[in-house]
Design a protein around this ligand. Structure first.
Ligand code: AMP
Ligand code: ZN
Length: 132
């Protein structure tokens, strides 16, 4: 288990921060999967979304909106994937809660249909399933 001591998100440089308030902050992902890929985190080192206090929850969702508006202005993406890998089984690699804010651009992949369903590629394209 990563503690706050060796957690990368507990040691983000001030220059990397694109938005913050008392409880939450946002910065660009260090290994972005799209232009503008950003992370929004509580300042408190907690692993799970479900451990947020009510005020942290509010601040996090407010920050999400701020980051969306900034990305819209700066990069004019055509859509967003917004997601949380909550828990090791769900693929979380940094055990400090973070919301992925992933701008999407028309034509950035061959067929974007299904979005986050592609965590299970064989089940993603439900529109091709004739069994139901
Ligand atoms: P997850 O797999 O959902 O826990 O995502 C962890 C995210 O953190 C990945 O998208 C990484 O690219 C990103 N990441 C890891 N280390 C750093 C770091 N030092 N600074 C910024 N982003 C990071
Ligand atoms: Zn941390």
């Amino acid at each position: 288990m990563i503690s706050a001591l060796n957690c990368p998100f507990c040691h983000i440089d001030d220059q990397q921060i694109i938005f913050q308030d008392e409880l939450v902050m946002s910065f660009r992902d260090g290994f972005p999967i799209s232009r503008g890929h950003s992370l929004i985190i509580p300042k408190r080192h907690i692993p799970s979304f479900f451990e947020l206090t009510e005020q942290e929850h509010k601040s996090l969702l407010y920050a999400l909106r701020i980051i969306k508006n900034d990305l819209d202005k700066e990069l004019t993406p055509n859509g967003y994937n917004i997601g949380i890998n909550d828990g090791l089984a769900a693929g979380q690699t940094v055990m400090h809660l973070h919301i992925h804010m992933i701008p999407r651009y028309t034509g950035d992949c061959t067929d974007p249909r299904g979005g986050v369903r592609w965590i299970f590629p064989e089940k993603a394209a439900y529109w091709l399933d004739n069994s139901t």
